[in-house]
Design a protein around this ligand. Structure first.
Ligand SMILES: [Zn+2]
Length: 146
């Protein structure tokens, strides 16, 4: 019941840890169905001035539109505005998500709007891990040259 009044959910970005809000709703609720029914009844009277079985078509179209709207709104709210991290994309294609973050960070560097903004709290690679990565890289380079 509580969540009905709190459409947005406060959380933190999984990548840059900046606070953000995302929409809870992923799918249409009973309220959207009732709203679609009312909208289709209004449309029915506006077009035919009486009851018409074609109201069912209008109802289905209204339902589809609100479902699409809620889906798109949720999908857009999930992406971090600061670093561009997209958790949904990350689950499916981590490389694409990484590229998007990189593009967003490059854009941030060039945009004077962000010059005075608080720097993002980006995850740093610990020294040990960086060394391990470097060693791995070297190994690969060596094996490639052989
Ligand atoms: Zn972020």
């Amino acid at each position: 019941m509580f969540s009905l009044f709190h459409k947005r959910h406060n959380c933190f970005c999984a990548f840059c840890k900046s606070p953000r809000r995302i929409y809870r709703k992923k799918n249409i609720s009973l309220m959207n169905i009732v709203g679609s029914a009312l909208a289709s009844i209004v449309v029915m009277f506006a077009i035919w001035q009486q009851y018409d079985p074609r109201v069912m078509i209008a109802f289905v179209v209204c339902l589809a539109l609100s479902e699409v709207f809620v889906k798109i709104r949720w999908r857009l709210s999930v992406v971090c505005r600061s670093c561009g991290f997209d958790p949904v994309l990350y689950l499916k294609h981590p490389e694409q998500a990484a590229q998007k973050v990189k593009a967003q960070l490059d854009m941030r560097k060039q945009d004077p709007k962000y010059l005075l903004a608080k720097p993002l709290n980006l995850p740093a690679i610990p020294a040990e891990k960086a060394k391990a990565l470097q060693a791995k890289e070297k190994g690969r380079l060596v094996s490639r040259s052989i």
